[in-house]
Design a protein around this ligand. Structure first.
Ligand code: AMP
Ligand code: ZN
Length: 113
C-alpha cells in the first residue's frame, strides 16, 4: 500500500510534528489554507470515514481532543477555529488516510466551498 500519511507516520517523509502518541499524530499541513493549519490523524491506516467501524471509536475519538489541545497551545482556542474531515471525491478528499484538518487564525466563512 502506497499511502502518503502512512509513510509520514513511519518517518519516511518529513513533517513538522506537533504531537504524537501510540494512536495519533498531528503535524503542520504542507499547504496551509489559514495562518494555522494542521492535521490530526490516526497512526493506523483508515482510508475514508466510510471505512470506520465501531472498534475505531476510541482512536477516532482522540482526534478532536488532540486538535483542541494543540489549538489551545497555538493560541487560537478563544477566537475559534474550524475542524473539517473530507470524505471521498465530492467531499474534497485528496489523501486517502483519514485526517482532521484544524484551521484558524482567520475568520472562516460558511457555507464552505
Ligand atoms: P484532503 O484534501 O482533505 O485529503 O487534505 C489533504 C491535506 O494533506 C491537504 O491539506 C494537503 O496540503 C496535506 N498534505 C499533503 N501532503 C502533505 C505532507 N507531505 N505533509 C503535510 N501535509 C500534507
Ligand atoms: Zn495510510
Amino acid at each position: 500500500m502506497d499511502c502518503l500519511f502512512c509513510k509520514l507516520v513511519k518517518g519516511e517523509i518529513p513533517a513538522t510534528i506537533l504531537y504524537q502518541d501510540d494512536d495519533v499524530i498531528a503535524f503542520e499541513d504542507i499547504m496551509p489554507q489559514a495562518p494555522t493549519h494542521f492535521l490530526v490523524i490516526p497512526k493506523r491506516h483508515i482510508s475514508t470515514l466510510n471505512d470506520l467501524t465501531d472498534d475505531d471509536s476510541p482512536i477516532v475519538g482522540k482526534l478532536p481532543i488532540v486538535a483542541a489541545k494543540i489549538a489551545k497551545e497555538k493560541g487560537i482556542s478563544d477566537a475559534g477555529y474550524r475542524v473539517t474531515m473530507n470524505c471521498n471525491e465530492m467531499g474534497g478528499q485528496t489523501v486517502y488516510h483519514i485526517h482532521m484538518h484544524v484551521l484558524g487564525g482567520r475568520a472562516m466563512t460558511w457555507p464552505p466551498g
